[in-house]
Design a protein around this ligand. Sequence first.
Ligand SMILES: [Zn+2]
Length: 297
Amino acid sequence: MSNKWKLFWAASLGFVMLFQACVNSWEELIISLEDEKNMGKDFDGLVRSGNSEVMQPGESIFTPQTGNQEQIAFYQYYQDRAREIVNAIDQKDWDALLPSGYTKNNFFEFKIINSTQVNAFAVPGGYVYFYTSILKQFQSESELMGVLGHEVGHVVKHHSRQGMVKQVGASTVISIFLGDGIGGLIGTLGAQFWLLDGSRENELEADEMGFYYTNKIGISSSGLSTFFSRGFETDAQGNCIDSKSSLTDLLSTHPPSCERVKENNKRIEKSGQNPQTHPINKNTNPSFTQLRDAAGI
Ligand SMILES: [Zn+2]
């Protein structure tokens, strides 16, 4: 090999190593972690101000009423469970998630929205939203934790960024955002994009993360299965039948799928989880459902 080629390969290798050290995907070269955080922060501003692009009539941010001990206790419980999931995130994922100026303690924000929609969603930069109507549907702490883990998984895996890039291209995303801000992005991608759910691959990956976190924490990962199973019925052959259930809103953005339930059950079986190591309700005094019902949610 001539010296010229040696130099070329050394330079190429150097570039690849530099690339790997600085960014975690090519998309991040154009949409930085700071950009993602700013998009999420701006989106959250629209939610908080009740902007009609992202909030339906009658929807508002839920905050515990001053002096209402039951609501305060439930809200604290919700924040504590979310924190448990956040604490289960691997270091390598944090390295690909935190923009400068943020820490593991202040990156994620978990909100509740008063709404009749049965849904939960996450936007870039660590903003996670649960509608009150989905909280009403959960029958155990495991169901809450499974969906919390799933939404955190979307953020950790940058699924919104991937989806945006797929729809309009990374440089278009960033030029719209820098030009017209979050309103421009919502206009281009459609509000539904943000209350998303994405591709089958992304859903399965988020489910996998939900399993991973619940398994690591020591709570049953069966919640995702039991919750999603209520969204459809199966015939004698085990095929999904769409049923008109109260999960309609959720299922329009999180496609109902026997596959997801089957995959989750397979993971649980492989892990050897049992009710002693991974109970369905870990915090039982008071339990999730008791706290929620007392809070009037
Ligand atoms: Zn999802």
